[in-house]
Design a protein around this ligand. Structure first.
Ligand code: G3H
Ligand code: 13P
Ligand code: ZN
Length: 330
């Protein structure tokens, strides 16, 4: 059993409370590689931001769970080396889908876990989330639950609406499970293709997606004042990165994300955590494609992973400062 406190990590309790109070949101960046980890730490230190480093089941399979945990431990030490006296870094399991995976993470040094029972019938989601909370809280690990299903990339708007979180269920879910925060569905979705062009409106040559369901968020805030809300699927899919990818041989068609202005608005509300993964993938891929296109003879991984790291770090800093507002909070 490894306790996260011995690794210098923190849970989400205090940072979420401060974020909601201060009208900003904590960035939750997914990582699979050393370069992403370095970029997250560099960006958080330089902007003086708390940060959540999150690991999906896919990341555990790709990089190995033990290695990722040691990387998070290394992240704390690296932040100190970069001059941050008191780094606020959370190691979080993203989309845990069973009690066993949550327990495994808690036992190996994670400070926060998500149990995603959103695909289950309501009562089963409650029972599973409650079981994880009871285990996690013994070790002061915080737990994120989920209610409502995020739209798949192919879903119609109508189908997406029918999966929005039901505000009337939220109070019951939180009181029965004891979860610390709740991921909700208000129109975001995972991946780089969140909306089809047909779902968007053309404004000054730019495809503008339909707005998030801020009315559902407001209803939830009314039912549970002050409760901590999480937004998944919150990449903005920067069009300059998409253009670079396509300019240098990529074929990303109709990649559309959540407009930053809507994430800015969400950050000022009860939304305390905003999940970003796809934008990191895009920033890294754009940089790598550019290096390969301009230097076809290059074969030293440092020559393309270095620029990828720099580009993704720039993106993280932009999110922290200009979108979520979590800079200068350490
Ligand atoms: O929510 C999903 C994250 O973007 C993680 O994606 O399962 O491909 O690692 P992944
Ligand atoms: P994006 O695909 O929009 O980056 O969402 C990531 C996410 O929600 C991870 O849990
Ligand atoms: Zn997610």
């Amino acid at each position: 059993m490894v306790n996260y406190k011995d690794l210098g990590l923190v849970n989400t309790r205090e940072m979420f409370a401060k974020a909601v109070e201060g009208g900003y949101a904590i960035p939750a960046f997914n990582f699979n590689t050393m370069e992403q980890m370095q970029a997250i730490v560099q960006a958080a230190v330089e902007t003086k931001s708390p940060v959540i480093m999150q690991v999906s089941k896919g990341a555990r399979n790709y990089a190995n769970a033990t290695i990722l945990r040691y990387m998070a431990q290394g992240a704390v030490e690296y932040a100190k080396e970069l001059g941050c006296e008191n780094p606020q870094i959370v190691l979080h399991l993203d989309h845990g889908d069973s009690f066993e995976i949550c327990k495994d993470c808690i036992d190996s040094g994670f400070s926060s876990v998500m149990i995603d029972g959103s695909h289950l019938p309501y009562d089963e989601n409650v029972a599973l989330t409650k079981k994880v909370v009871e285990y996690a809280h013994q070790f002061d690990v915080t737990v994120e639950g989920e209610l409502g299903v995020l739209a798949g990339v192919e879903d119609e708007v109508v189908a997406a609406e029918s999966h929005y979180t039901k505000p009337e269920e939220v109070e019951d879910f939180v009181s029965k499970t004891g979860c610390d925060s709740l991921a909700i569905s208000i129109g975001t979705s995972h991946g780089a293709h969140k909306f089809t062009p047909e779902q968007c409106t053309l404004v000054n040559g730019v495809l503008v997606p339909p707005p998030l369901a801020f009315d559902v968020l407001a209803e939830i805030e009314k039912k549970l004042p002050g409760f901590l809300i999480v937004l998944h699927g919150s990449s903005s899919v920067p069009q300059d990165e998409v253009a670079t990818i396509n300019q240098y041989g990529g074929q990303l068609k109709a990649a559309i994300g959540i407009p930053e202005e809507q994430l800015r608005q969400a950050s000022k509300s009860a939304v305390c955590k905003i999940n970003i993964d796809s934008d990191s993938r895009l920033a890294m891929t754009a940089a790598v494609r550019k290096v390969f296109a301009e230097n076809p003879a290059e074969f030293d991984p440092r020559k393309y992973l270095g620029p990828a790291r720099d580009n993704v770090k720039k993106m993280y800093e932009h999110k922290i400062i200009n979108v979520l507002g979590s800079d200068n909070k350490l």
